[in-house]
Design a protein around this ligand. Structure first.
Ligand SMILES: [Fe+2]
Length: 437
């Protein structure tokens, strides 16, 4: 079955599966067509300013209050929430990991969530968590919603079907999806085994960054974001709804599927985006701009220009700058950088940072190209070069990212990451030429 989408970012969409199921000219008729219940899902306070006010009207077989019964506690011990301090004994450092191991037991998307870092405070609705998911089983009768934040899903291996109450998103590596706070969904696997990254955003929603002098085009263009058309199922068999709420998990049992929205309209909805449609802007003579030039989505923190989260990619692109050290420069950053690699090779690291891997450069910890990358870039002939077969990304936040015990102890953490800079030599010898022997 092919699923369809509506283009645009943050549009006021409308979609119906049955003719006339979406009320026109009003939100809450006395008796909606088909005997549906009208329900509002608020993504912002009622009184938020027009530019950030988000809500959708859902017309469904049963109201959501019938999709919850009594809750019982549930346990997902590897999915952590901030603040998660003192979880391990590992000292401060720059860290890097090989890919998180795939599960041997049957594991679905929710049980397969392994938190790597947490930042800020889930109760204060600031900060984020960075997770890796690994799964080998579809969610069939289990459904989930996260009251703690929206989920940015970045597949690395295997395609997913995000079956949400507002429609179905098919997602493959190279695409990303955002599942808003509170949205009910389940994750089906298209491939046998899947792995990817998730950024859980506790704060204000991800949105498109302002482009400033770049103007009205390039970077992520709104028309390339896709929101699913309505889809529902009428399934009258036992189901479960799992909820993440203030860092804890709860489960409730139902005798039917909660994915029963026949029509909806509004601007609070899930979406996906193909990273290949990102139009990079960069250096065309010398030096290169800050990596913020590659921001796909940004979540504001309340302080201008200081993001709760920036989602940044490092896509294929041409390198043409003259008399320039072309890889990322050495730096220390007031923001904290969680990086992943979807496929290919990242230009600042010749080896050691593999697809599915992770690096973490925290608040004010120095980093930059490894010794061999520096050598090569310092001596390279500066003709135009296409950096191809690469897609790295970064979850960058204003908050320090605290490691989880899982991340500190998992066997794929590289104990020797710091050594990648050990061979950077002193080249200063008092002469303007320096020592390049
Ligand atoms: Fe950095």
């Amino acid at each position: 079955m092919a699923f369809s989408y509506m283009p645009g970012f943050g549009n006021d969409f409308e979609t119906e599966t049955l003719p006339g199921s979406l009320p026109q000219g009003r939100n809450s008729p006395q008796r909606p067509a088909y005997g549906l219940y009208a329900e509002q899902l608020s993504g912002s306070p009622f009184t938020a300013p027009r530019g950030t006010n988000e809500r959708s009207w859902l017309y469904r077989i049963r109201p959501s209050v019938r999709h919850t019964g009594r809750f019982k506690p549930a346990s997902y011990p590897l999915w952590k929430s901030a603040p998660n301090l003192g979880d391990h004994e590992l000292a401060l450092g720059q860290y890097r990991w090989n890919p998180v191991p795939m599960p041997k037991e049957p594991t679905d998307f929710i049980a397969g969530m392994r938190s790597i870092t947490t930042a800020g405070d889930v109760l204060g609705q600031t900060g984020m968590a960075a997770h890796v998911y690994v799964a080998n089983r579809s969610m069939v009768d289990d459904h989930f919603f996260n009251a703690d934040g929206e989920l940015l899903v970045v597949p690395q291996i295997g395609s997913l079907r995000l079956v949400t109450e507002m429609g179905v998103i098919e997602l493959r590596p190279g695409e990303i999806a955002v599942l808003p706070r509170g949205l009910v969904f389940k994750v089906e696997l298209v491939d046998e085994t899947v792995r990817g990254y998730v950024c859980e955003n506790y704060g204000a929603k991800l949105t498109l960054p302002d482009r400033g002098p770049i103007g009205a085009n390039c970077l992520a263009n709104p028309r390339d974001f896709k929101t699913p058309c309505a889809w529902f199922e009428e399934k009258e068999t036992p189901c479960r709804l799992i909820v993440k709420w203030c860092g804890q998990f709860h489960v409730t049992e139902l005798d039917h599927s909660p994915l029963d929205v026949v029509a909806w309209h509004g601007n609070y909805s899930p979406y996906k985006y193909d990273l290949a449609t990102f139009s990079p802007v960069g250096a065309i003579l010398f030096d290169h701009p800050d990596p913020s030039i590659f921001t796909v989505l940004t979540a504001p923190s309340g302080e201008e220009g200081t993001a709760n989260i920036d989602f940044v990619i490092f896509p294929p692109r041409w390198l043409v700058a003259e008399n320039t050290f072309r890889p990322p420069w050495y730096h220390r950053n007031i923001m904290s950088e969680f990086m992943g690699l979807i496929h290919g090779q990242y230009d600042a690291k010749e080896e050691g940072f593999v697809p599915g891997g992770i690096s973490l450069h925290n608040l004010m910890l120095a980093h930059g190209p490894d010794a061999s990358g520096f050598e090569k870039a310092s001596r390279a002939e500066l003709k135009p070069v296409k950096l191809d077969n690469t897609m790295a990304f970064m979850f960058e936040t204003r908050f320090p990212q605290m490691l989880t015990r899982y991340a500190a102890e998992v066997e794929t953490r590289q104990d020797n990451y710091i050594d990648c800079w050990a061979d950077l030599k002193k080249r200063f010898n008092g002469t303007p030429e320096g020592d390049w022997s």
